[in-house]
Design a protein around this ligand. Structure first.
Ligand SMILES: Cc1cc2nc3c(=O)[nH]c(=O)nc-3n(C[C@H](O)[C@H](O)[C@H](O)COP(=O)(O)OP(=O)(O)OC[C@H]3O[C@@H](n4cnc5c(N)ncnc54)[C@H](O)[C@@H]3O)c2cc1C
Length: 384
């Protein structure tokens, strides 16, 4: 174990977008004695399996602000990192069938406009005019955010990781964290499959495994893994491009353009929590039925491949970000409930401020670990 260094100023558990972004922002501020401990390889879990969607159409102002700051970075990403992340502002179109969903959209639009998010409210006829391939007869209306879109999550995470490594951050892949070293109410480091790492600061950014890692420090956090599946089609020229991210809220189905094809996904609201990421081809049939109902032209598309990944879901669909109780030096950013890729760039910045300054300019109270004990306010609108 010649190159194993058994101490660090900050040990980061998890090498997805959250871990890579946190390491980058720490190193950028001069804190380079940082190690990322990743059980597998970088960005192979939820980050690499994500649909890459980036939106400002959230229902909670704090989520909007997290995404707005990230969008500003995505817009200048290539300039700053020299990496093309395929950032495309093709828009997000949310579709409502029921009056209840439409009323929720209207409330959300008020919140969004108050945060300067450009968002249009559209009638079914207006939707049909702009995207003629959509069936709109059953719709109450839709909202369109022209600045929303998508990017390649793997490229973003790897750009953060590469830049961090250049500044001196160590990245230890195939290294599982197996225990937390806690003494006198303080974190002292972690145990790993390759030996211990002593560290006064430990960051739990283990995604869907975040509750397991928190448990190593004796903490129970309500973050639960759920499988989500995505499929892409072969090149499919029949559908006019660009295809925005189109979200059919009630059946929890979405699709968008992906290169010359289409990417689509759906949430199985009945599926119990698990770490299963296998592709279920019976589910694919149900999804195609839904796809063809909304966009009959998709019947002509051929599925190229599919994959399953995990959402890390909390009771209010909002993440837990910040220091954890009773264990000084332990921080977490987990429970992103399906919208963590786009928030990773800002969350890494916010965590680095907390670690280095003990405070941040971002109001993290909506994401506090103890909010679940209180009467819960309205969480984030579940999208898919
Ligand atoms: C199908 C799908 C579609 C999605 N679509 C979107 C989208 O359109 N837009 C969006 O913003 N978000 C989307 N998401 C959510 C997004 O992918 C996640 O919120 C985000 O990637 C979370 O990043 P992370 O770094 O927290 O987790 P991860 O990327 O999962 O990284 C956590 C890492 O921790 C490692 N780890 C776990 N336990 C240990 C341990 N004990 N020791 C060492 N390492 C450990 C894991 O191996 C993993 O690499 C989607 C997710 C899925 C699955």
């Amino acid at each position: 174990m010649a190159d194993w260094k058994s101490s660090a100023a900050v040990a980061i558990v998890g090498g997805g977008i959250m871990g890579a972004s946190t390491a980058y922002h720490l190193a950028r501020r001069g804190c380079t004695d940082v190690v990322i401990l990743e059980r597998d390889f970088l960005a192979q879990a939820s980050t690499g399996l994500s649909a890459g969607g980036i939106r400002q159409q959230f229902s909670h102002p704090a989520n909007i602000r997290l995404s707005q700051e990230a969008v500003r970075l995505f817009e200048r990403f290539e300039e700053e990192f020299g990496v093309d992340i395929n950032f495309r502002q093709v828009g997000y179109l949310f579709l409502a069938q029921s009056e209840a969903t439409w009323q929720e959209f209207l409330t959300n639009v008020e919140v969004q406009r108050a945060q300067n998010v450009p968002v249009e409210m559209l009638t079914p006829d207006e939707i049909k005019y702009r995207w003629p391939y959509l069936v709109v007869d059953d719709l109450r209306g839709g909202t369109f955010g022209p600045k929303d879109g998508y990017a390649d999550p793997y490229s973003v995470a790897m750009a953060f990781a590469t830049a961090s490594r250049r500044m001196g951050v160590r990245i230890e892949e195939q290294t599982s964290v197996t225990g937390m070293l806690v003494e006198g109410g303080r974190v002292r480091g972690v145990e790993t499959t390759r030996g211990p790492v002593s560290a006064p600061v430990v960051v739990n950014v283990a995604g869907a495994w975040g509750a397991q890692v928190a448990k190593m420090a004796g903490l129970d956090l309500p973050v639960v893994p759920y499988r989500r599946q995505v499929f892409i089609t072969k090149a499919f020229e029949a559908i006019p491009k660009p295809v925005p991210m189109i979200l059919d809220i009630e059946p929890a189905f979405y699709f968008r353009g992906e290169g010359p094809g289409v990417l689509m996904g759906m949430s199985d609201q009945e599926e119990p929590p698990s770490f299963n990421t296998n592709v279920d081809y019976c589910f694919l049939e149900r999804m195609i039925e839904m796809a063809v109902r909304r966009a009959p032209i998709l019947e002509e598309a051929e599925i190229l491949r599919g994959w399953g990944g995990l959402y890390d879901i909390t009771p209010d669909d909002n993440p837990i970000i910040g220091p954890l109780p009773g264990v000084e030096g332990l921080y977490c950013a987990i429970g992103f409930s399906g919208h963590g890729f786009q928030q990773g760039p800002t969350v890494g910045r916010v965590l680095s401020d907390l670690i280095l300054d003990g405070r941040t300019d971002f109001d993290l109270s909506p994401f506090a670990h103890d909010r679940f004990d209180q009467v819960m306010g309205k969480g984030e609108t579940r999208v898919v």
